[in-house]
Structures are given as structure tokens and as C-alpha cells.
Design a protein around this ligand. Sequence first.
Ligand SMILES: Nc1nc(=O)c2c([nH]1)NC[C@@H]1CN(c3ccc(C(=O)N[C@@H](CCC(=O)O)C(=O)O)cc3)CN21
Ligand SMILES: CC(C)C(=O)C(=O)O
Ligand SMILES: [Mg+2]
Length: 288
Amino acid sequence: MTQLSAAHTKPSDGSKALYGGKGTRRITVRDIALAKERGEKWPMLTAYDATTASVFDEAGIPVMLVGDSAANCHLGYETTVPVTMDEMTMLSAAVVRGTSRALIVGDLPFGSYQEGPVQALRSATRLVKEAGVGAVKLEGGERSHEQIRLLVESGIPVMAHIGLTPQSVNSMGYRVQGRGEEAAQQLLRDAKAVQDAGAFAVVLELVPAELAAEVTRVLHIPTVGIGAGPETDAQVLVWTDMLGLTGGRVPKFVKQYANLREVMGNAVKAFAEDVVGGTFPLDEHSVH
Ligand SMILES: Nc1nc(=O)c2c([nH]1)NC[C@@H]1CN(c3ccc(C(=O)N[C@@H](CCC(=O)O)C(=O)O)cc3)CN21
Ligand SMILES: CC(C)C(=O)C(=O)O
Ligand SMILES: [Mg+2]
């Protein structure tokens, strides 16, 4: 048996699995393609800094997205619209430095690829050269296929993103996409367009579960769901949402696995009370 055909069979020891595998080298887009052939589901999280990313890397998260959600989750903006290439490049470089195994995907921010394929290539090249990302992501299906094609032809793997595309909040709002026959057909056309253009995976955001399941069956590239039901090949969440750090309302598709806001708030109050009450620092925290 050749190595290639061996890679197509489900690994009994999990050595090749994207999650739970024993590999230590960085995950590649080829590993992602093989996981779809094995029918293996995988987790993806956003990350915006080196320390947090190193926690996720050690936990075995195989793919991290330096999302433009950094705008609201890390930089304090209201929406993802204002975040810049300079900001995304700095955050992406930090996440790459904090990880050794995960494939790092850099989100192209609003305004960095809408002018056309050449602008998209210039922006994506910056993330690859200056930050060291292994792939980039951009929003849009049919409307972005020329950008995707040029990046892929140039050697930059592209994750597409269709359904709710938050960079279009000013024209679309934050609404479920693909409801009704006409919208479902558009979503299917968008999915096929990004696959034909060479995308290695596609994010489906806020899409009815049945439609996301159909897209996942029809495509040979993996689908990454966020608010898209249980049938997509992968699932992504914004890390500050799933760990309970985001302030205020979070989207209803979020499952909260911890309450870091409470944990951190309580710890910070304990420190403040120690300082005010004179019980920190003690002799053990002092030098003589
Ligand atoms: N903290 C955070 N989490 C995210 O998931 C996220 C961001 N920020 N910023 C970028 C985009 C924007 N996203 C959003 C933003 C709002 C809704 C929202 O309001 N959804 C409604 C449902 C709307 C409907 O049913 O039509 C909800 O209640 O979940 C969803 C996704 C997802 N992304
Ligand atoms: C929600 C994910 C897919 C994203 O694009 C982001 O975090 O910016
Ligand atoms: Mg994004």
C-alpha cells in the first residue's frame, strides 16, 4: 500500500487526526482535505494574541482564525468594519508566534480585497510575509471568486466565508442567510463558486441547519459552521464568546464553556482587596 492510500483510511491510533492526533508539525491545508475524506469533524477557534493562542495550541485546536472579530472582541470597535490591515497583521503575527502546530488563518479586513484581485493579493501577501499565516480568509461567494482564484493561483490557500458576512453589516444587517428557496439557491451558487475558485474550506455563518447540511454533502471541500447546525465538517466559535469573556450579548449560536468574565473579575477584586487591606504582598512575595 502506498503512503497516499494509507492516509485515506481512518487512523486507528488517531496519529493523523486533526484533533487528538500525535503530529507535532504544523497542520497544512492538505491535512484539512484528508480529514474531509475520512469524515472527521474538527474544531476551530479565533485567537488574537500569542498567550491565548498558545493555550489553544497546547489543547490541540488544529486551526485558528485571527478573525476580524478582533475589531469588537479585542480592540473595542462596535463592528468589524473599521479594523485595518496594520492591526490584523500585528495580531496575526502574535498568534503565529504563540503556536507551533495549528494552521493559522488570517482574516482579510474590510477594504483590503474589495477593490479587486490585485488588491486582495497585495493584502494576503502581507499577511503571509509579515505575519507568517498559512492561509487567509475573505468574505463573499460569487462576488469574491476572482479574488479567491488569484490568491490560490499565487500559492496562498484561501478559506471562503458565505452566508452572514459581517463586513456587509451596513447593507445586510446581522440576519440569517439562505432562508427561502431563492436565498438557498444563491447560497448553493456561492458555495460552488468558492470551491471552483480553489478555496480549501468555506465558513457558513448563520445559515439554516438543513441548508448547511446540503452544502456540506454537495461540496468536496470542508464546511466550517458558525450558527449553521451540526452537519458541517467543522465548527468555529469566537473564543471570547465560548469562554464567557465577551461583555454584553452574544449570538444565540454560542455555547459558553466557561465564565472567564466572572473568574477574572473575582480574581481582580481579590487582588484589589489584598492591596487595600495590606495582605499583599506578604514576605514570601518580597525580596530582601
Ligand atoms: N463576539 C462576536 N461573536 C461573533 O460570533 C462575531 C463577532 N463578535 N463579530 C463578527 C461576527 C458578527 N457575528 C454576528 C453578529 C450578530 C449576530 C446576531 O445578532 N444574531 C442574532 C440572530 C439574528 C437572526 O436570527 O436573524 C442572534 O440572536 O444570534 C450573529 C453573528 C458573528 N461574528
Ligand atoms: C466568526 C468567524 C468566522 C470570523 O470571521 C471572525 O471571527 O472574524
Ligand atoms: Mg471575520
